[in-house]
Design a protein around this ligand. Structure first.
Ligand code: NAD
Ligand code: DAU
Length: 352
């Protein structure tokens, strides 16, 4: 089988390839990525010289390049990860999100319906629970929850989901969609909550918690997400959507305290030295209060369940960042300090 993976130099795509390239030597994996700021080819070390893997630099916003790539490879399966993925960046600069997440998905769908085998093949779209908007204190998102996205990022992902379903209904493209909760794990760009807090704790920098830290996310270890995607590809129904979540919910402030505790244990410092760095800063505009996933459907129909607990996954993640400082330095280029200044500079320190 020929498999095109989009965005495979980013966090989840690279972890997906790290798991599947060695497992399926009989399949050919083509990783297409434009090597944007969040990507790192070092995330593919260990598989990048495999005979069943190749990398091609392609911008999915470039319709001609996507068309040419699909014409050449004629994939049986497309696993679509490529996206602008950070909510705060979408607030400060939404245009790239419309171009990559909406137009890029459109370009891929057009190329897929032209160059994938008719009536066969599969377009697997990797999406997010953020399309459903925010929950109150109780309840969980099911596959029937109404779309109600809050940020430019989640609106662009919602639009991409609608395009994928439209291409299925109108043109008969075989598609599946997974909507997943917050991932954490190795190789995540240090702009997202967990890697940012881990690195700031290690470097004794302020730990910037938005608002009062009472927003809640449902955390899933990245390998569990990757296995869920592969399970849906193998066992899910064509045309269906599956919600994926870890079932581990916690307030952001609780996550940050746990990070301080594990970093203190792993490095032999006092925990209070790290918790003293917690700084409550101005909130994210339109900040969704709570996400929680009801993953009954994927568990029942596909037999998937997460393997990692938050405790074990967080420790693995922190150990990975401690052991991979070279990886960290190689992604904190491309105006990383400029991003930190733009995102956190104007927020203040509102509770001190
Ligand atoms: P990421 O930002 O780490 O990686 C995205 C990758 O896409 C990068 O390698 C980037 O270079 C590439 N890319 C961006 N624009 C591109 C373009 N125009 N052409 C080609 N490649 C491009 O993101 P991630 O966290 O790995 O997320 C992957 C997917 O999973 C996204 O679609 C995201 O919406 C979805 N998702 C993420 C999470 C999460 O918690 N991180 C949860 C649910 C769903
Ligand atoms: O739910 C799935 C989504 O999870 C994915 O679709 C997105 O691609 C991914 O980025 C993630 O979105 P979030 O906005 O939930 O993740 P982030 O790590 O940016 O923030 C998690 C929570 O932590 C959120 O409530 C905002 C808060 N936060 C975040 C940062 C970066 C802080 O309090 N301080 C911070 O510095």
């Amino acid at each position: 089988m020929k498999i095109i993976v989009t965005g495979g130099a980013g966090f989840i795509g690279a972890n997906f390839l790290q798991l599947l390239v060695p497992r399926f030597r009989q399949h050919d994996f083509v990783n297409i990525d434009n090597l944007g700021y969040a990507s790192n080819l070092a995330s593919l070390e260990g598989i990048d010289d495999s005979a069943n893997y190749r990398f091609e630099r392609v911008d999915i916003g470039d319709a001609g390049a996507v068309e040419e790539t699909f014409a050449r490879h004629r994939p049986d399966l497309v696993v679509h990860f490529a996206a602008e993925s950070h909510v705060d960046r979408s607030i400060l600069g939404p245009r790239a999100f419309v171009r990559t997440n909406i137009e890029g998905t459109f370009n891929l769908l057009e190329a897929a319906r032209k160059h994938m085998p008719a009536g066969a093949g599969l377009f697997h779209h990797v999406s997010t629970d953020e399309v459903y908007g925010s929950l109150g204190e109780v309840g969980a998102f099911t596959e029937e929850t109404r779309y109600d996205p809050s940020s430019p990022y989640s609106a662009s992902k919602a639009a991409s989901d609608h395009l994928v379903r439209a291409w299925a209904r109108t043109y008969g493209l075989p598609v599946k969609i997974t909507n997943c909760s917050n991932n954490y794990g190795p190789r995540q760009f240090p702009e997202k909550l967990i890697p940012l807090m881990v690195l700031h704790a290690l470097e004794r920098k302020a730990l910037p918690v938005y608002g009062e830290g009472r927003n809640t996310r449902d955390w899933l270890y990245v390998d569990d997400h990757c296995e869920a995607i592969w399970t849906v590809i193998e066992r899910g129904q064509v045309g269906e959507t599956y919600n994926v979540g870890g079932g581990f919910e916690a307030h952001n402030i609780e996550i940050v305290r746990r990070i301080c505790s594990v970093v203190a244990e792993e490095t032999g410092c006092r925990q209070s030295e790290l918790t003293d760095l917690i700084t409550f800063v101005g909130d994210r505009p339109g900040h969704d209060l709570r996400y929680a996933i009801d993953s009954t459907k994927i568990r029942r129909e596909c037999g998937w369940a997460p393997r990692e607990t938050f405790e074990s996954g967080l420790r693995k993640t922190i150990r990975w960042y401690l052991a991979n400082r070279r990886w960290v330095e190689s992604v904190r280029t491309r105006d990383y300090d400029g991003w930190i200044e733009r995102n956190y500079g104007g927020r203040g320190d509102h509770l001190k």
